[in-house]
Design a protein around this ligand. Structure first.
Ligand code: SF4
Length: 72
């Protein structure tokens, strides 16, 4: 599963990381970000969708399923 926060849309409401702290956290300015590099196990999908659905700015994208490895 891949989860991403669009920093250009995020306004720092904090709903995502309050609701789903296993998936989201805050940066030094209070904006939402995904834990780690954004590649997370699918068993966190419910948390990811909960955070995404709570975001009033629709700044969160969730792609469930295998993640393609990055090509160099
Ligand atoms: S809920 Fe949305 S706007 Fe608020 S911190 Fe999370 S990503 Fe940003």
């Amino acid at each position: 599963m891949k989860v991403a926060v669009d920093r250009d849309l995020c306004t720092g409401h904090g709903r995502c990381y309050s609701l789903a702290p296993r998936v989201f956290t805050d940066d030094d300015d209070g904006y939402g970000q995904v834990t780690g590099d954004g590649t997370l196990p699918d068993d966190l999908a419910e948390d990811a969708h909960s955070g995404a659905n709570s975001c009033p700015e629709q700044a969160i994208s969730v792609t469930v399923g295998p993640v393609e490895p990055r090509r160099r």
